[in-house]
Ligand binder design. Structure first.
Ligand code: FES
Length: 138
């Protein structure tokens, strides 16, 4: 192995490592949402109201879908796709808002509206209903 070969190998390895780091930095993502809500089975509860204090949100999954459920009042809830509308990372509840860990966008947990960028489109709403304390897709 020559010194030149070793140097090239080191540069190639560093390039791969850097690219890998960049990919990891945006990890947890999927494609940015196209604005349409995911199709979910209507008989599978997304959450139990009793598990979400009024005014708070929870990240849940249904099949492959990442979803945010926000309890807006004693007997009501709303839900949104957790796929960030910027580049597709998974948005999480954080304090009184929804935050994307990749680039810091924030969203209103009651409306899905983008509050701060870089995302500027709202999280797609998932229509839900509350039956017997369960939050179900409509
Ligand atoms: S992917 Fe969410 S802010 Fe960039």
């Amino acid at each position: 192995m020559t010194a030149e070969h070793t140097r090239r190998t080191a540069i190639a390895t560093a390039a791969v490592a850097t690219g890998g780091t960049l990919l990891v930095g945006c990890g947890g993502g999927s494609s940015p949402s196209d604005g349409s809500p995911p199709r979910l089975p209507a008989d599978r509860p997304l959450a139990t109201l009793a598990d979400i204090p009024v005014g708070e949100s929870r990240a849940v999954t249904s099949g492959e879908e990442n979803i945010i459920v926000s309890r807006t009042a004693e007997a009501t809830a709303v839900a949104f796709s957790a796929v960030c509308t910027h580049q597709g990372c998974k948005v999480q509840p954080e304090a009184a808002e929804l935050r994307c860990p990749c680039h810091g966008s924030t969203f209103d947990p009651r409306t899905g509206e983008a509050l701060s960028g870089p995302a500027n489109a709202p999280l797609p709403e998932i229509p839900v209903r509350v039956e017997n304390g369960q939050v179900l897709p409509s």
